[in-house]
Design a protein around this ligand. Structure first.
Ligand code: ZN
Length: 360
């Protein structure tokens, strides 16, 4: 009897866990996450999971922004209308682009700090530069919420300096918003259980982050570069396809369960494998001919298409530099790069801040 007392069983369990090298933390899954914030009238309701316990805080809305904090997890909520930005930006002196964070908070911060996007206090330091994130902040990793609030706040800091953050939607943002949770880190499954709601409802249209995500584009043009998470099949580029049309149709049909009527044929094309969040055709499968690529670039009046989604070991250029692949496998948490374009050229920015010319 004595041998099977709860204390002995517990002792044996943790001893075996220690012997086989399993972290006790991981077994217990003591989860901290949040805040998830929604606005109700003149109040904000912020929810955290702190050491597996739900915590709600109701705070009155301050004039310009409201700061909420609990459990060492904070957010600054800005009170201004959320609107989609324009699609075309010219005469931008410096541009940086990165992709596929997948919850790898520490590595992302290292890359951004050493390449001058943020300072040592994690504040915007890229001046009037434009910083493009080509999607897939969600899924796989365990610091997605922190990254989303970071980007949300960085956008405002950039604007205040005359710069811009362009956070484009990737397939993983769209999957989570649509309740496709196949790639969720187990931590977020636990958060959903503790809060007793479907995970995607934490990003519903009535939440601060959900409303913000629903305002995001899938394509943006900066100088002579078109950015998208996956890319764009040349067949989809026809005379009536403007960047504005692509963003509007995509955005209007973003979350299936919120639509009054089914997606149109064009909306469906944008949401499937030839469209901006899923396309991989520049690298594998039915690769377009050089002529088709030329037509695509001419259609959008750009010299380069910059995409994430298809993982590479480093930032690489393809098809005579017309396609630039910037998913440098940050998702593995080991290494990653950022594309830097300025008056000196086009560079791979390495995690230690060194730069290597991508092409002349
Ligand atoms: Zn992707």
């Amino acid at each position: 009897m004595y041998l099977f007392s709860p204390r002995i069983i517990c002792f044996l369990f943790f001893s075996i866990a220690a012997l086989v090298g399993v972290k006790v933390d991981a077994i217990e899954m003591r989860v901290n996450d949040g805040p998830y914030v929604s606005q109700q009238g003149n109040k904000l309701i912020a929810t955290w999971v702190c050491k597996n316990q739900q915590k709600n805080i109701i705070v009155p809305i301050q004039q310009a922004s409201t700061f909420v904090e609990h459990c060492n997890l904070d957010a600054t909520i800005f009170h201004q209308p959320v609107t989609r930005t324009s699609e075309v930006f010219d005469h931008v002196e410096k541009v940086a682009a990165i992709s596929d964070f997948h919850g790898q908070y520490d590595l992302v911060f290292q890359i951004l700090r050493s390449n001058g996007i943020i300072d040592k206090y994690n504040q915007w330091s890229f001046g009037e530069g434009h910083f493009v994130i080509t999607g897939d902040v969600f899924d796989r990793g365990e610091k997605v919420t922190e990254l989303l609030w970071f980007i949300y706040e960085l956008e405002q800091q950039a604007l205040a300096s005359g710069g811009r953050v362009h956070f484009l939607l990737g397939n993983h943002e769209v999957m989570v918003l649509n309740g496709d949770l196949r790639y969720l880190h187990p931590k977020y499954q636990q958060v959903s259980k503790i809060l007793n709601v479907p995970f995607e409802s934490l990003f519903s249209s009535t939440t601060i982050l959900g409303e913000w995500l629903r305002s995001k584009s899938v394509v943006v043009k900066v100088n002579d570069m078109l950015f998208a998470h996956g890319g764009f099949h040349p067949n989809l580029a026809s005379s009536h396809t403007s960047l504005e049309n692509i963003n509007t149709v995509f955005s209007d049909t973003l979350v299936k369960s919120e639509l009054a009527s089914p997606r149109s044929a064009w909306a469906n094309e944008l949401h499937t494998s030839n469209g901006p969040i899923w396309y991989r055709g520049y690298f594998k499968g039915d690769i377009p001919t050089e002529d088709q690529l030329s037509q695509l670039l001419t259609h959008f009046a750009v010299n380069h298409i910059v995409v994430g989604h298809t993982s590479q070991t480093t930032i690489k250029s393809f098809h005579k530099n017309r396609v630039i692949a910037i998913d440098s496998s940050i998702k593995k948490g080991q290494y990653g790069e950022i594309l830097i374009v300025n008056h000196n050229g086009t560079f791979r920015g390495l995690p230690d801040g060194k730069r290597i010319a991508l092409f002349d």
